[in-house]
Design a protein around this ligand. Structure first.
Ligand code: SAH
Ligand code: SF4
Ligand code: F3S
Length: 438
């Protein structure tokens, strides 16, 4: 009889891809994917701790499994990801949820197979968190779940230590995969029929820094030179490392999507400095100008934080003004969340919740208006969509254009994985609706 696994993923794209690696490991052990915890023989929580609410979601869901575990003693519960890697968190988790069988970290995910085998033969919980040893694991065998899209890690970890951010503490120092390994992986994905490749790293622009491997823009060129029709995306770009060469590379290689995620975080130089972002708003706007010079139609998306310690009304006004100036295609907006162990957690003047709430509502309104206007511009045009799947509720196929806009359309036959021209008839907020044309 089949044994089943169920994975719950929190956090960023990197974690989503890591869950594909976990799925690969579990399928090597003979487990088959299933869509409910009740049916599963092993449940894995791949956690995130970027903000407090990400942490609380995980706690809530792990807590809910207590009853199920009591009724189904053989079920294995494993918790991994960024949350477990935080200082002392594995012990806290074990105390809070003693029925969790395996607690592993971000640096020993590749050992999960051994942990599961060991757990099948012993009663006691396995709690194993490794420190980052600076190595790059190759040869993992992810079970990809997002055809026609595929994610490929190019760097792991982060050296930037933005003062609010927990990532450098839970993902270790930045290290890059060898370009030959990345190129071989992308080539085989394209040969297998994947149509959109996204290169992943916390700060892709600093790929291979301090090594004798090729810089990021050269890597992009080489990936884009791989035969076959596919789209190429990458994230995330740190503004301080965004270069003119990169803008040129995007312009010169048609496979690279005209869409760049360039998180600005704040529009106030004082706050950017306190955030340790190492650029000013003028630097940021200059980089946007360079990008627009080479790639005039490039969609720019961003991340914004409100309520960073010490943020005044004027600082927040500066953020609104910068958002107006750049006119982002879309943006993720966050309320600052205090992360124990980071520099910002020790800063005076933490902003009261009601102030942050007011600010985020104002910012969301502005960002939504820009997003709607950008969507509206596609109405009446024909745009190339890569079909990604079906929205069962709407009874429509869906896919994105190179600018990252989601479009919905009808089709009589299965068109997942195909490039289609869609004539956009209407736009509803962020999404487009249209009809396939020849
Ligand atoms: N490496 C990427 C993204 C990392 S996390 C980058 O540097 O852009 C994604 C986003 O989460 C960040 O861009 C930031 O806007 C947000 N974020 C990170 N730490 C946060 C915190 N403590 N509180 C609120 N938002 C945070
Ligand atoms: Fe966090 Fe900054 Fe690194 Fe991004 S660049 S992961 S925000 S420390
Ligand atoms: Fe990603 Fe969350 Fe970790 S955003 S890197 S899963 S802390």
């Amino acid at each position: 009889m089949d044994k089943f696994y169920h994975i719950v993923t929190y956090g960023c794209q990197m974690n989503v891809h890591e869950s594909e690696k976990i799925a690969g490991i579990l399928s090597e052990l003979g487990y088959v994917s299933c869509d409910s915890m009740e049916k599963a023989d092993i449940v894995v929580f791949n956690t995130c701790c970027i903000r407090e609410n990400a942490e609380n979601h995980a706690y809530g869901n792990i807590g809910m499994l207590k009853k199920l575990k009591a009724a189904k003693r053989d079920m294995i519960i494993a918790v991994g990801g960024c949350l477990t890697q935080q200082m002392n968190k594995a012990d806290v988790l074990h105390e809070k949820f003693p029925y969790v069988d395996i607690i592993f970290g971000t640096h020993n995910l590749n050992k999960l197979k051994d942990f599961v085998i060991e757990k099948q033969h012993r009663k006691k919980s396995i709690i194993k968190i490794d420190e980052c040893d600076g190595s790059v694991v190759e040869g993992d065998n992810p079970l990809r779940t997002s055809y026609p899209n595929a994610w490929v890690n190019i760097t792991y970890g982060c050296n930037n230590f933005c003062s609010y951010c927990i990532v450098p503490y839970v993902r270790g120092r930045e290290r890059s995969r060898k370009s030959e390994n990345i190129l071989a992986e992308v080539k085989s994905l394209v040969d297998e029929g994947y149509k959109e490749i996204t290169l992943l790293g916390q700060n892709v622009n600093s790929y291979a820094n301090g090594t004798d491997d090729i810089p990021f823009y050269k890597l992009l060129e080489k990936v884009a030179a791989i035969d076959g029709k596919f789209r190429l995306r990458f994230m995330t770009s740190h503004p301080k490392d965004f270069s003119e060469e990169l803008a040129k590379t995007i312009a010169d290689n048609p496979k690279i999507c005209h869409c760049l995620h360039l998180p600005v975080q704040s529009g106030s130089d004082r706050i950017l400095n306190a955030m340790n972002r190492r650029y000013t708003t003028a630097d940021y706007l200059r980089k946007v100008d360079i990008l627009k010079k080479y790639v005039p139609d490039c969609a720019i998306t961003t991340d914004l934080i409100v309520g960073f310690p010490g943020e005044t009304d004027e600082d927040f006004e500066d953020t609104l003004n910068l958002v107006k100036k750049v006119d982002f295609s879309s943006a993720f907006t966050f309320v600052y969340s205090k992360r124990e162990g980071t520099k910002a957690a020790e800063m005076d003047c933490q902003i009261p919740e009601e102030v942050s709430k007011k600010r985020i509502m104002q910012l969301v309104d502005l960002v939504n208006e820009q997003t709607r206007n950008h969507s509206q511009k596609f109405v009446g045009t024909t745009t190339e969509i890569l079909c990604e799947g079906v929205d069962e509720k709407k009874g429509l196929y869906l896919g994105r254009n190179e600018y990252g806009r989601m479009a919905y359309f009808k089709s009589d036959k299965d068109v997942v994985g195909q490039f289609l021209n869609v004539k956009v008839e209407s736009a509803n907020g962020v999404s487009l609706y249209g009809e396939v044309v020849k």
